[in-house]
Write a protein that binds this ligand. Structure first.
Ligand code: CP
Length: 324
């Protein structure tokens, strides 16, 4: 049973907790495909989205998820806020906390920012990406995409390729896929591998063709230029030649291997644009769809625990979806 008060990372979750989120998300996928997409699991609750970094997918899907579940959703416009006058992260969070939100969704450039906030506020905090640390809902939506596509989420060969060093998506995926007993290969240049990679329980490859041999899942990552403080690759052209996914390199994977990318993509840098759009191989659009369902499930379960903690547990049924 999912017993968390916050969703700060994959680290600390148990396998049954991950499975509970994915099982509920599966049901929300069905709901989201119906003409009436509304349910009541967050009825009466207030959700604040606080994004200190740009986002398209994560912010919009958290907003849609909250609204579909009946929450009052407020998107904090950080660029127009008193953050620009020098107000700190903690003071901003304490100010919002005084307005009694129930769910605070936070993206921040500093690793550990969400964990810090969770100690200061009364509501549930959801990490929407903190520095290079974690992006738990991305790993959960990736897991749901893989499970629905492959029919299982264990004993798969998964290649995570590209800029691993700067990627919170890679870190959360390594933790989740490891928890589910998959074989994980990291492929990329040594300059883009994290330090202490040998302690992650993964196999490391510098050659795409060697690393992609017989994998079930190919997960490409964006070059995170905004987190680079020097030259990590000779040139984007050279990088694409060696590490960009194209049909020739993908041919080394299993014939039914799926291609994933968390977005936003740099077409022609880490992935061939035509391959990214190939609906026979790419599940990139499915990942976006699963993002809404996973965020609905995560907020639903956190709200259930919040209500239970305040003695109102009976008000939200364990799977409080609309009838039908
Ligand atoms: N995958 C992801 O986090 O995308 P956004 O930056 O657009 O939210």
């Amino acid at each position: 049973m999912f017993a968390q008060r916050h969703l700060l990372g994959i680290e600390g979750l148990t396998r049954p907790e991950v499975e509970e989120i994915l099982d509920l998300a599966d049901r929300y996928v069905d709901l989201n495909r119906r003409p009436d997409k509304h349910a009541d699991a967050l009825q009466g609750l207030t959700q604040i989205n606080l994004f200190f970094e740009n986002s398209t997918r994560t912010q919009s899907s958290f907003e849609i998820a909250g609204k579909r579940l009946g929450a009052d959703v407020m998107n904090m416009a950080v660029a127009q806020s008193s953050v620009k006058k020098g107000e700190t992260l903690i003071d901003t969070a304490l100010t919002l906390n005084a307005m009694h939100p129930d769910l605070l969704v936070v993206r921040h450039p500093s690793s550990g920012a969400c964990n810090l906030l969770a100690q200061k506020v009364n509501c549930s905090v959801l990490n929407a990406g903190d520095g290079r640390h974690e992006h738990p809902t991305q790993a959960l939506l990736d897991a749901l995409t893989i499970r629905r596509s492959k029919g299982r989420l264990h004993r798969l060969n998964v290649a995570i390729c590209g800029d691993i060093a700067h990627s919170r998506v890679a870190r959360s995926n390594i933790l989740l896929l490891g928890l589910m007993e998959n074989r994980i290969r990291l492929i990329g240049p040594p300059t883009l591998m994290p330090s202490q990679v040998d302690q992650l329980g993964v196999e490391v490859y510098e050659d795409m063709r060697e690393g992609l041999e017989d994998v079930d899942v190919v997960m490409m990552l964006r070059l995170q230029k905004e987190r680079m403080d020097g030259a990590f690759i000779p040139s984007e052209r050279e990088y694409y030649h060696r590490f960009g996914l194209d049909p020739e390199k993908l041919a080394y994977a299993k014939p039914d291997a799926i291609v994933m990318h968390p977005g936003p993509m740099n077409r022609g840098v880490e992935i061939d644009g035509i391959l990214a759009d190939d609906i026979n191989r790419s599940v990139i659009q499915e990942q976006v769809e699963m993002g809404v369902a996973v965020r609905m499930a995560a907020m639903h379960l956190l709200a259930r625990n919040l209500k239970a903690g305040s003695g109102q547990g009976h008000e939200i049924p364990a799977h409080g979806m609309s009838p039908g």
